[in-house]
Ligand binder design. Structure first.
Ligand SMILES: Cc1cc2nc3c(=O)[nH]c(=O)nc-3n(C[C@H](O)[C@H](O)[C@H](O)COP(=O)(O)OP(=O)(O)OC[C@H]3O[C@@H](n4cnc5c(N)ncnc54)[C@H](O)[C@@H]3O)c2cc1C
Length: 403
């Protein structure tokens, strides 16, 4: 009998952890998925009211995982992206047709992603779901890693070859493994809600920069749009307390009348915006993916798209590895080398955009206008921006379809 309870332990059944489990279906590993939230919840907490822009590249990955079919009906294609600066002349347009694709990305409710991923988990060969179970200790050695859990039935330690931290921004695995994290608090909070404009959205995603931070409106099904409205954090409570008409008139004042009158706003939720980046992607027998490795400002909608590329890369390496030891140092080094460039590029671009486009200083506003006009007029930078928006700038291995 093996001294190992599992080959791989995945901590977190959020989008990153659940996608990885699907990507490893049929790879021959014994996997434990450890999820802290109570099992009588419909879904873990990340599958909430938020709405995600999934890049064209993410659709490709979900296609390869056999997940896209279950998402398609709830995903709205983004055919155009319109970026503008309130009260100034700078703007940029990106068009799917110019890039030779049907859509630059797809607007998808987080809940729908849960409905596509989570029912797949019980059918994955070799996967055992431990829920509710919280990781409280890790102890790695040359051969494997002991993972201490608190479960519904008490304390328990499981041993595996590889520990995958997909446990989100406050990753306990990251901390228990001694990996530090760099943080930047933007001082902004994102308020999200669905609303319906008087005019059809025409499958355009709008990103508009205003003195108090960026505002995005993403096209959804039934003529609705998903609003991401950033405010200075001290103003968030007041915005949440406004009645619907007052809130809509604030949004209208910032967005303008490009889509006519905005009406019928749904439930509002708030997310304080902090960028967090782990100082290393790996530790002995441990790898971080998704928000545990990097949590981004939602401007440009890159967070999960970046995390899904972590998933695709790790799954491809694990599928090609010796099943006897998926946590070997060579594989972890290879993973970190392959992902570093994409992390650097996306984190730098997102952080720069968040800071540049939340700044009302005149000099910065002029630079912003000039940059947007240049992007609009010059095909090369526009194409580069489009490839980033579509999640196609990074190299991602092709996964074979699970059985
Ligand atoms: C307002 C907003 C808009 C966004 N828009 C976009 C977008 O347009 N496009 C995009 O790509 N991304 C977007 N994102 C980012 C995206 O939502 C995240 O990147 C993604 O949800 C992260 O998933 P995850 O699985 O890494 O982490 P999480 O969803 O945080 O999952 C972590 C899981 O680990 C579990 N867990 C935590 N600690 C433990 C422990 N000790 N033991 C066991 N289990 C544990 C938790 O219960 C949870 O289920 C947005 C985010 C926000 C806030």
């Amino acid at each position: 009998m093996s001294r190992f309870d599992y080959d791989i332990v995945i901590v977190g059944a959020g989008m990153a952890g659940a996608s990885l489990a699907c990507a490893l279906d049929g790879a021959g590993y014994r996997i434990a998925m450890v999820e802290a939230s109570p099992s009588d919840h419909d879904a873990p907490p990340g599958y909430d009211e938020r709405v995600l822009a999934l890049a064209h590249g993410s659709r490709r990955i979900f296609d390869q995982l056999g997940v896209w079919g279950a998402l398609d009906a709830q995903a709205t294609p983004i055919e155009h992206i319109h970026v503008s600066d309130r009260g100034r002349f700078g703007f940029t347009h990106l068009h799917a047709a110019e890039e030779g694709v049907a859509a630059m990305g797809y607007v998808t409710p987080a809940r729908a992603i849960g409905q596509a991923l989570l029912p797949r988990l019980p059918a994955i060969a070799g996967l055992e779901i431990l829920r509710p179970a919280t990781v409280v200790s890790v102890l790695a050695d040359e051969d494997g890693i002991d993972v201490g859990l608190i479960t519904g039935e008490g304390r328990r330690t499981i041993r595996a070859r590889l520990l995958v931290a997909a446990d989100g921004v406050r990753s306990a695995v990251r901390e228990l493994s001694g990996i530090g994290a760099d943080e930047h608090d933007y001082g902004h909070t994102a308020l999200i809600a669905n609303l319906t404009p008087a005019q059809p959205h025409g499958n355009v995603a709008y990103e508009r920069f205003t003195e108090t931070g960026p505002l995005a409106l993403l096209p959804m099904t039934e003529g609705r749009m998903s609003l991401v409205y950033t405010v200075h954090t001290p103003d968030a409570e007041e915005h949440l307390a406004l009645n619907d008409d007052e809130f809509l008139s604030r949004v209208q004042a910032r967005f303008g009348y490009r889509l006519g009158k905005l009406r019928r706003v749904g439930k509002r939720s708030a997310y304080p915006l902090v960028m967090t980046r782990a100082q290393s992607q790996t530790a002995t027998r441990t790898v971080l993916i998704g928000n545990a490795a990097h949590t981004l400002h939602p401007i440009g909608g890159q967070g999960f798209n970046l995390g899904l590329r972590d998933v695709a890369t790790l799954a491809a390496l694990l599928r090609g590895a010796d099943v006897a030891d998926p946590g070997n140092a060579g594989l972890l080094a290879d993973y970190a080398a392959r992902r570093g460039g994409d992390h650097d590029a996306i984190i730098r671009a997102t952080d720069t955009l968040a800071k540049l486009f939340s700044n009302a200083l005149p000099l910065i506003s002029h630079a912003r206008d000039a940059a947007m006009l240049a992007i609009d007029l010059l095909p090369a930078p526009r194409r580069l921006l489009a490839r980033h928006a579509m999640g196609l700038a990074a190299r991602v291995p092709t996964l074979r379809s699970p059985r």
